[in-house]
Design a protein around this ligand. Structure first.
Ligand SMILES: *[C@@H]1O[C@H](CO)[C@@H](O)[C@H](O)[C@H]1NC(C)=O
Ligand SMILES: *[C@@H]1O[C@H](CO)[C@@H](O)[C@H](O)[C@H]1NC(C)=O
Ligand SMILES: *[C@@H]1O[C@H](CO)[C@@H](O)[C@H](O)[C@H]1NC(C)=O
Ligand SMILES: *[C@@H]1O[C@H](CO)[C@@H](O)[C@H](O)[C@H]1NC(C)=O
Length: 388
């Protein structure tokens, strides 16, 4: 049976007795309906010289002079409970402005994703995505920014916003980067709701909290798993004893920021899958690829690497260790060879989603599983219809 069939079964098992009354929801948690532009979804333009006084962009009345001279445009998208000065902005924007000749646009949709409103936050993402797409479509339609100069970088829920934005864009983007894209309510979601390789010509993803807030399965053309994308990144227990999971989640934007001007580099090695990696069935010699801002757009597949415990995190190139004999042995074992590369992680992930949600919402989660799937299912349809 294919893994997707298993997932559908799981979804069914969860949804038969799903209760569509969202009793869990706090009255403060609003699903916002509205038009773009929207007063609570704002866009802030930063340059090296205006980093303390960003320009508030009006998507309907853009000033071409704000984007002169021509430079690449990097769009940063925060996640749940974030804002324009929160991660990934706080990590990445200063390094970009210090080291690269670029424009940075930070989106801010804080009022739509307040704590503890994770469910409504997820339901508000299509509106956020639509408004971001409106800005991008107008920038390109009016020849203010060439489409190929635009690169979206989204963290957590922002990674999913990046994927959804593609639904409303007139032209395919050159590149999207997903930084530990959010898991809760996205495991079973379709491609219209979540980041996938169809969303841009090149989609690169970094996974740092795959047993927690981030998605485990590959979502891009290339997926990097620093420290196995583990629930606990090195250094996080010491650095953040109360919340090692969110510290691990936040490593993705930290690594990415460092990758912009690192001279050491985060070098990863390819392996067929996450599962193969954890059971040591990956080559430990051969070609390595750079993770992060300077990743080669020719790179495809899943890559694995280790990092340090604190900044600077990059460890440079990995040593070659010849394990070809071990690999050969395992290839002879018919049982192991029959594990389809992504089967177990996906199945595992559907169950882990619930735990991630409990962590995010800080509850014991009774009934969360039902809510989770009910909303997840409902979400896909309207979004697909809205596709341009
Ligand atoms: C990278 O840039 C940041 C400032 O944005 C600086 O603090 C850091 O030292 C730089 N790293 C290297 C390796 O030059
Ligand atoms: C940004 O401005 C500072 C001076 O404020 C300058 O040293 C630095 O080179 C500039 N960075 C870029 C990328 O232009
Ligand atoms: C914007 O957010 C504020 C604060 O949460 C809220 O009072 C207001 O109604 C929101 N505006 C719209 C158009 O949703
Ligand atoms: C979603 O995207 C993935 C990767 O591009 C693709 O393999 C899969 O067939 C897509 N699924 C659907 C339902 O379009």
């Amino acid at each position: 049976m294919k893994s997707t069939a298993w997932l559908s079964l799981l979804a069914l098992a969860w949804s038969v007795d799903a209760n569509p009354i969202l009793g869990l929801l706090n009255p403060e948690c609003k699903v916002v309906h509205g038009e773009c532009p929207h007063e609570n979804i704002t866009f802030w333009l930063y340059t090296n010289s205006t980093r303390d006084n960003p320009v508030l962009l009006n998507p309907l009345d853009l000033n071409p002079w704000d984007f002169q001279p021509a430079r690449p445009v990097k769009i940063l998208i925060h996640g749940y409970t974030g804002h324009r000065d929160f991660s990934p902005n706080s990590h990445i924007r200063p390094v970009l402005l210090d080291n690269e000749d670029v424009y940075v646009i930070s989106i801010d949709y804080k009022p739509l994703v307040p704590d503890p409103c994770y469910f409504s936050a997820v339901q508000n993402l299509p509106l956020v995505s639509q408004c971001l797409a409106q800005l991008i479509n107008n920038l390109v339609d009016r020849n203010i920014v060439p489409n190929e100069n635009i690169h979206i970088i989204g963290f957590s829920l922002g990674g999913q916003v990046a994927g959804q934005t593609a639904n409303y864009l007139k032209r395919k983007l050159k590149r999207i980067t997903g930084l530990d894209p959010a898991k809760p309510m996205f495991v079973l979601a379709g491609n219209t709701s979540r980041l996938d390789p169809g969303d841009a010509e090149f989609v690169d993803v970094i996974h740092t909290n795959v047993f927690g807030r981030g998605i485990l399965s590959p979502m891009g053309h290339v997926d990097f798993y620093p420290n196995v994308g583990s629930i606990l990144q090195p250094g996080c227990r010491e650095e953040s004893p109360d919340s090692p999971g969110s510290c691990s989640h936040d490593r993705a934007p930290q690594f990415y920021a460092e990758s912009i001007n690192s001279t050491t580099g985060f070098w990863g090695r390819q392996c067929t899958s996450w599962l193969a990696y954890i059971v040591n069935l990956c080559p430990t010699t051969g070609k390595q690829e750079l993770m992060g801002y300077h990743v080669s757009q020719e790179t495809k597949g899943s890559y694995f690497l280790e990092t340090g415990k604190s900044a600077p995190f990059a460890l440079g190139k990995q040593e070659d260790v010849d394990n070809s004999q071990t690999l050969a042995q395992f290839k002879l074992n018919p049982e192991l060879n029959e594990i389809p590369p992504d089967y177990e992680p996906q199945l595992l992930e559907a169950f882990l989603e619930l735990d991630a949600l409990k962590a995010v919402l800080n509850t014991d989660g009774s009934d969360l599983d039902k809510q989770l799937n009910w909303i997840g299912r409902e979400d896909d349809e309207p979004l697909a219809r809205a596709k341009l």
